[in-house]
Structure formats: C-alpha cells, structure tokens
Design a protein. Structure first.
Length: 228
C-alpha cells in the first residue's frame, strides 16, 4: 500500500463503497424464520361413565354361576380315631385315680382300650347281683385295667364290677376298687409269670402282686383283681 492511500479504497475491504458492494442487496430476513406462535396441546376431555342403575336381586342371581359340586365330608382315618379315643393313662394316674365314673363313661373307656364286658343278666343295675355294673367305679381302676390289657396283649373280659353281691370293705367292689375278669390261657400265663406270688387268701385263692400294688386273686371261675 502506497503512502497516503486511504485504507477504505482498498478493493475487497468489507467496508468499501465499491460498485459491487453497493449493488448487493441489503440482507432481509426470510419470512420462513419468523417465529410461529406456540400452540397449546389439546386437552383430553374426561367423560364420566354413564351411571348404571343398581341391579335387582333377580338380575344378580341370573348372572351368578351356580355351583353344582356335591360337598364332601372330611375323611377320618380309623386308626387316628382310635388313637384319639384311647385313654391317656399318664394323665389319669395318679391325679384323677380317686374320681368315680358313670357306667356309660367307664364302658366307653374300656371299649376304647380293647377291653370287653359281659353281664350274666344282660343288665347294668348296681343293685342287682346278677348284673355287671360299673356305676361309681374309680377312674384309677378302669385306667389300670386298660393298662393290664396293653401290657399283656391278651383278651380281657370284665364280668364283675360295683354291683351288689360282693364282699363289703374299704377296698371292695362296691367302693370301686375291684373288678372281676374271666380266665383264659393268655391272661393266666401273664399274671402268674410276671407277678410275684403273695400267698393264699382265706378262701383258698392264690394271690399274685404287681410292683404297683395290684393284687390278683385266682378264684375258681375268674380273677378277682384289686387296684389300689
């Protein structure tokens, strides 16, 4: 650049006043760049469901399903039922041994323990000597009879209880301490083999005693047993 030249006369200078520069149209913004107004999103109209009239009981029952399945009763296992009926001797003795039982309750206990009972007159009155009654028998007496059945594994038939006709006394049939059972080879063998001899009673019956104090008197047609 020569000295004295004006910098504005330099070709290509952005701020030059050349013809090319003057012919260039002025910058005008494009209409497409104009800012469009913002539109709000359309709001969803919430339409309430139409109110339904309450159905009548007949309509409800018409639409409800009818169950035709037959109800089944729960199955009971025979062995489980027998275990529930068995007498828990550990709870009976000695806490409730002195309590007296009715005839029906005592027979139920014996039956649940596998002990049978026989009455010569097919009766259970306590006041008739040819009946077999367990009325007012001690709980401990019945429990020990069931225990004898379990220990021996023998069939046991009770033939005498608290009915009239037996000898009186504190530890007698009438007070619920004694029961009679019939002879059979199994129970005879068990009593004579596993119980100690205890002499002879005044009427000639041979006596055997257990460790718990039970006394077995061998009479002619039955065993007379005292449970103390």
């Amino acid at each position: 650049m020569a000295a004295g030249e004006d910098i504005a006369d330099t070709p290509g200078w952005p701020f030059s006043d050349s013809a090319d520069e003057q012919e260039r149209p002025a910058y005008e913004p494009d209409d497409d760049w104009t800012t469009a107004p913002l539109r709000r999103p359309a709001q969803l109209a919430v339409i309430d469901p139409p109110a339904t009239a309450p159905r009548s009981p007949a309509a409800r029952s018409a639409k409800s399903r009818v169950r035709t399945r037959v109800a089944r009763m729960p199955r009971v296992r025979p062995r489980a039922a027998l275990r529930r009926a068995e007498v828990d001797l550990t709870r009976v003795l000695p806490r409730f041994g002195a309590m007296h039982m009715s005839h029906s309750l005592a027979t139920d206990w014996l039956r649940s323990g596998g002990v049978r009972m026989k009455s010569t007159g097919n009766c259970s009155s306590k006041h008739v000597h040819h009946c077999t009654s367990l009325d007012s028998v001690r709980t401990g007496t019945i429990a020990r009879m069931i225990e004898l059945k379990r220990e021996s594994g023998c069939p046991i038939m009770v033939t005498g209880g608290t009915e009239a006709g037996h000898a009186p006394g504190q530890y007698s049939h009438g007070n619920g301490y004694k029961l009679d059972i019939s002879h059979n080879a199994c129970i005879d063998r068990h009593i004579t083999r596993y119980h100690a001899k205890a002499g002879v009673r005044s009427d000639g019956a041979r006596l055997y005693r257990s460790g718990s104090g039970t006394v077995f008197a061998d009479e002619s047609d039955h065993w007379d047993i005292l449970f103390r």
